[in-house]
Design a binder for this molecule. Structure first.
Ligand code: SF4
Ligand code: SF4
Length: 420
């Protein structure tokens, strides 16, 4: 496949959100860790266990053994490495500029452990999104028929290792999104492609509908290619090749004459930005046209658009992918300031992961639940009416306990003036 045949539009949207992320970054070796400990208080597993073995520097030492010395590691070292949420909160505070995420992914590739049968099935569905879509009616029947009640009681879900995934399920949207939504304005400002991810398309439909509504209201044609795939994050962070998924997304979006590709979930965005490391012109062009929704809306905000006021107390949750990778968490606050009357506050301890951690909530349910409980306590203490979070995975996980977390675009869309 030749992904060098590019087909993007030429609209100048100013600097892309990727300006926050250096295209060529310094990648220190794991042996560059100075053992200074400055990363300890940012690490969620250290906050849980208060043990040296659950610190970034202990994991860096294990990674050093694997990558630099090709040494075997103990079961205990493996376990502590696996406990890592890959939140990358240890990166911004590290004086050695340790690229922990890169080192961790490389370690996973080298360890190349065979996945369990369940994991194999999950990877297969992620790779074959059309089959994932075909499962949705079954998920709907599952909820509507009430069969989940006896099934949960029977213990069968636990026995087959499905209890954690089942507990996270919400009723999915069944119908497909349209491939094209035209601008609602007379003058079209540009053509944008919407990246919807693998499961958010069905499980976060309300957010996507609001994104489409907002973008078309401010003058953009919105395209949602059905052939797009998962961003590849779950594969990459589990030592599997994401090449096929990346290649497909580059091919699909490159062929559409788009002025911008927009993602709504920062977890996907962090991975989509990694495409820059794919050595092709298509990848370079893709990432140049790639925008975080919040960034895009701020840059393209129409001068005459005034939102209706809302008198709500909003706490802002900063997802790890937004804070530690994209480093654009300020856009959430700036965007919410567009709504007059909001009382906007940062959620305390935003540097600590909520426990979701991509697939971590499935693989390490106890640690994930303990971290979530800390976050829920902070949400409760904040007395916020709602919590704004730009990552679908965090919202899904937190909302299972406290149904207050929504994407900031949903708040904006509610306040659009009725003539819009
Ligand atoms: S902050 Fe960086 S250099 Fe210091 S212990 Fe942590 S990983 Fe090592
Ligand atoms: S990525 Fe997160 S969980 Fe893993 S060592 Fe760093 S701070 Fe701790």
């Amino acid at each position: 496949m030749d992904f060098d045949d590019l087909n993007y539009g030429n609209m100048d949207f100013g600097l892309s959100q990727n300006d926050n992320i250096g295209s060529k970054f310094y990648l220190p070796s794991a042996s560059d860790c100075m053992r200074c400990g400055l990363c300890l208080n940012s690490c969620p597993t250290y906050s849980l266990f208060k043990k040296e073995a659950e610190t970034p520097r202990y994991r860096i030492r294990t990674i050093d053994k694997i990558l630099n010395y090709n040494q075997a590691i103990t079961t205990e070292e493996q376990e502590h490495l696996d406990n890592c949420l890959q939140c990358r909160a240890c990166e911004p505070v590290c004086p050695s500029k340790m690229a922990y995420g890169e080192l961790f992914d490389e370690t996973q590739r080298q360890l190349a452990r065979p996945p369990s049968l369940l994991a194999k099935i999950a990877f297969w569905f992620i790779e074959h999104k059309q089959w994932l879509t075909r499962l949705m009616p079954l998920a709907c029947i599952y909820f509507k028929s009430g069969i989940w009640k006896p099934l949960r009681k029977s213990g069968l879900l636990k026995r087959f290792g499905l209890a954690e995934a089942e507990a996270l399920l919400v009723e999915p949207a069944l119908h497909q999104l349209k491939p094209y939504y035209p601008s609602k304005t007379l003058i079209v400002r540009g053509r944008v492609g919407l990246f919807t991810g693998c499961i958010a398309e069905h499980f976060d439909r309300d957010t996507l509908k609001d994104v489409v509504n907002f973008l078309t209201t401010i003058g953009f044609d919105v395209f949602i290619p059905t052939e797009q795939s998962c961003c590849g994050a779950i594969h990459q962070h589990n030592g599997r090749s994401a090449e096929q998924l990346i290649g497909n997304n580059l091919k699909v979006f490159s062929s559409m004459q788009l002025d911008a590709v927009i993602y709504t979930a920062t977890g996907c965005g962090a991975m989509l930005n990694e495409y820059r490391h794919t050595d092709s012109q298509a990848a370079e062009s893709f990432t140049q046209h790639l925008f975080d929704l919040n960034d895009f809306l701020l840059k393209q905000w129409p001068e005459d658009l005034k939102l209706n006021p809302a008198h709500l107390k909003i706490a802002v949750h900063e997802p790890c992918s937004q804070r530690n990778v994209l480093k654009n968490q300020q856009t959430t606050y700036k965007l919410l300031e567009k709504i007059p009357g909001l009382n906007i506050r940062s959620l305390p301890d935003n540097h600590l992961c909520c426990g979701a951690g991509g697939s971590y909530m499935l693989t390490h349910p106890e640690n994930a639940a303990a971290l979530r409980q800390k976050k829920i306590q902070l949400i409760d203490d904040s007395n916020a009416d709602l919590v704004a979070s730009s990552n679908f995975g965090c919202a899904l996980f937190l909302n299972k306990v406290n149904d207050k977390v929504i994407h900031p675009v949903r708040l904006l869309a509610r306040q659009l003036p009725s003539k819009s």
